[in-house]
Design a protein around this ligand. Sequence first.
Ligand SMILES: Cc1cc2nc3c(=O)[nH]c(=O)nc-3n(C[C@H](O)[C@H](O)[C@H](O)COP(=O)(O)OP(=O)(O)OC[C@H]3O[C@@H](n4cnc5c(N)ncnc54)[C@H](O)[C@@H]3O)c2cc1C
Length: 311
Amino acid sequence: MAPVASWISRMKLKGRVHFQEPMEHHTTWRIGGPAEVLVEPADQEDLALLLRLARKEGIPLNFIGNGSNLLVSDAGVPGMVVKIGQALGEVKVEGRRLRAGAGAKLARLAALAQAAGLSGLEFTCGIPASLGGAVVMNAGAAGQSMAEVVRWVKVMDLEGRVEILRGEELGFGYRQSVLQHLPVVVLEVELELCPDDPAAVARRMTAVWQKRQLTQPLEYPSAGSVFKNPPGAPAAGKLIELAGGKGLRVGEAMVSPKHANFIVNLGRARATDVLCLIRRVQSLVEAKFGIKLEPEVKFLGPFGWDGEICA
Ligand SMILES: Cc1cc2nc3c(=O)[nH]c(=O)nc-3n(C[C@H](O)[C@H](O)[C@H](O)COP(=O)(O)OP(=O)(O)OC[C@H]3O[C@@H](n4cnc5c(N)ncnc54)[C@H](O)[C@@H]3O)c2cc1C
């Protein structure tokens, strides 16, 4: 048995443990080779045990939420992937505040907020994220983002210590937060929302959802927008379209003809196909506009960055 697996097997964990788990089952792109070990902790105690083990034994550690912003290598992920899922997703609504575990899905939170007559999460409709992933990425749409509603975040560091970080301390920017650079896992988040008529909130949610259905290729696996919008320039999707990138294909990965900032998996796309397409799109846009598009998606596992894989 591989070393990481043997360490994990000896632990008394309440959560689920999977060995050589295909990451394609845990990403919305439906792409990714096996994680050496994937653990879904049942509670904070499980999580603290895992973090201490990883630190003590030097096991590589990666956190994921709903895998909706991840390109996972075809070679898989060495070490341990810790998935913060529904078990860590308890939700409480108190007045205008909604407190939830990081594993809660945004769709559930938006529905609960609407039912409680609270506005502020309508923009999240159709973002298939966990709350933790949404805060780490500062997920947003139509000029709004998580930054506007987060009061505080409870995090755990690699020694299992828990700390509260206030919204102002999170360094929120466009698809940016300090949480992307700190060695911590998000456990819990408190949001502050605005009281509103539930029917009005529901109408806005429906409008957001309908717009997504009209403009995004939701019928295919994807990770949403692949590139960040460059500052002071047209949106990344517009630049890709103007550079002639729509419909470009590598293997079974394709730049969506419906929304050029989406790369869709037509069936059996590999991570290398997507990566080659990312590079081709970057080259096209750079050649036409002199702008280097920066990926919004995060990369997990080993990738050949030297370009040879795209030959
Ligand atoms: C159809 C579709 C539409 C989308 N639309 C939008 C949109 O409108 N706006 C937008 O911003 N994004 C959008 N996305 C992208 C994606 O949903 C967001 O980036 C989201 O915030 C990712 O959340 P996640 O839980 O899936 O995180 P993951 O993809 O699992 O992880 C993303 C990053 O967060 C880290 N992370 C996740 N959870 C934790 C945690 N608990 N603690 C510490 N680190 C953690 C991971 O290590 C990784 O670096 C879309 C994706 C899809 C597939």
